[in-house]
Design a binder for this molecule. Structure first.
Ligand SMILES: Cc1ncc(COP(=O)(O)O)c(C=O)c1O
Length: 361
């Protein structure tokens, strides 16, 4: 028998940790899913057994967020990066314009894709300070001509997050990949919300897209079939990423058991307070994001003695605390504490941080 280690305290930024009961459930349903005589990966996406899973996932998202019937819930492939392009293709009108809040790596990429299609204006940017803050709305360059304003609700790489819904006169389009279903969404202000599943709600391979019908109707016509949101809103056009959707459905059930959005939001706040508290109460650690913009999902920090950072990451791994190295573009440390990261994992991390400081401070 091969040697197996147990599960570690996983702070991966994405794909991120999944709830253990979900993984166990998946294991129990392999290689045979219920009465189908095959695994869920091996049955038709038009079979009643699979269609029930997808309908259940859709219904659970609808209930968790309070989506009314005029919202379509799509499960698409291509990752969140595909949405950067698809959003602009559908909603940037020829000869028109859309606004972009450029607050980090992914926001910048979304903006770059818009520029390939048309006039994506920068409404505000925090590039001047290495994206360590969310720009103050008082200084945004808003224009009533914008077809939409695109923003990234949580900036995974830099550890910043919008703690309010942008107040603008046109519909919002949001990349919520790294904080989707971690808190409520003020739906009235949005036209479209998308999220790659692999941080908060499932494995890689599926991107959830929520699009409101009146916004959808404004899309450009004559688009390639697969890139037209209307195709997917109208029917199941092609084979969806069935296995990823199947796991998302289980994560949604788990989330309901954790108290739904209010329950998970309170827990996320507790975890973040604990970790930021440990950083703020020490001279040894330093948070890299401005306090008001700090993310509840990705906690980015450095050591006062930067030369000790590699040792910190190594020794943390020795304590079963993994994936703490910051994104390669920024360095330092990043603890991603998405929905499925337990309070216990954060407590173990904070204990380790205190101990590391005692030995090296
Ligand atoms: C906020 C955000 N948007 C987009 C992406 C890119 O997602 P994908 O790899 O699914 O294209 C990421 C990935 O880390 C992300 O954090």
């Amino acid at each position: 028998m091969s040697h197996r280690i147990g599960r570690l305290h996983n702070f991966s930024a994405g794909p991120g940790a999944l709830p253990l009961p979900v993984l166990e459930d998946v294991r129990d349903e392999l290689p045979v899913y219920r009465e189908t005589g095959a695994s869920v990966m091996e049955i038709s996406h038009r079979s009643p057994a699979y269609m029930q899973i997808e309908a259940s996932a859709r219904e659970r998202i609808r209930n968790l967020l309070g989506l009314t019937a005029d919202w379509h819930i799509l499960f698409l492939g291509g990752g969140a990066s595909m949405q950067f392009h698809q959003v602009a293709l559908n909603f940037l009108p020829p000869g028109g314009q859309a606004g972009y809040l450029v607050t980090g790596t992914w926001a910048k990429k979304a903006h770059a894709e818009a520029l390939r299609i048309g006039n994506g204006r920068v409404v505000a940017s925090s590039a001047d300070a290495a994206f360590n803050y969310v720009p103050d709305p008082a200084h945004w360059d808003l224009d009533p001509q914008d077809a939409y304003i695109h923003f990234t609700s949580n900036n995974t790489v830099y550890g910043t997050q919008f703690h309010y819904t942008p107040n603008v006169s046109c519909p919002l389009v949001c990349d919520a990949s790294s904080d989707f279903l971690s808190r409520p969404i003020e739906l009235e202000r949005y036209g479209l919300i998308y999220a790659g599943a692999q941080k908060n709600i499932g494995p890689a391979g599926v991107t959830v897209v929520l699009v409101r019908n009146d916004f959808l109707e404004k899309r450009n016509t004559s688009l390639p079939t697969m890139l037209d949101y209307g195709t997917h809103a109208a029917k199941c056009f092609n084979t969806p990423p069935v296995f990823a959707i199947y796991i998302v459905e289980k994560v949604l059930r788990w989330l309901e058991g954790a108290g739904g959005i209010p329950g998970i939001q309170a827990m996320n706040r507790r975890k973040a307070d604990l970790l930021y508290g440990a950083i703020d109460n020490s001279e040894f650690y330093r948070g890299t994001a401005e306090t008001e913009s700090r993310s509840l999902m990705n906690v980015t920090f450095r050591l006062a003695k930067e030369e000790l950072e590699a040792t910190f990451v190594d020794q943390a791994a020795g304590h079963g605390l993994v994936a703490l190295k910051g994104h390669r573009s920024v360095g330092g440390m990043r603890a991603s504490i998405y929905n499925a990261c337990s309070l216990e994992s954060v407590e173990v991390l904070v204990d380790f941080m205190k101990e590391f400081e005692r030995r090296n401070g």
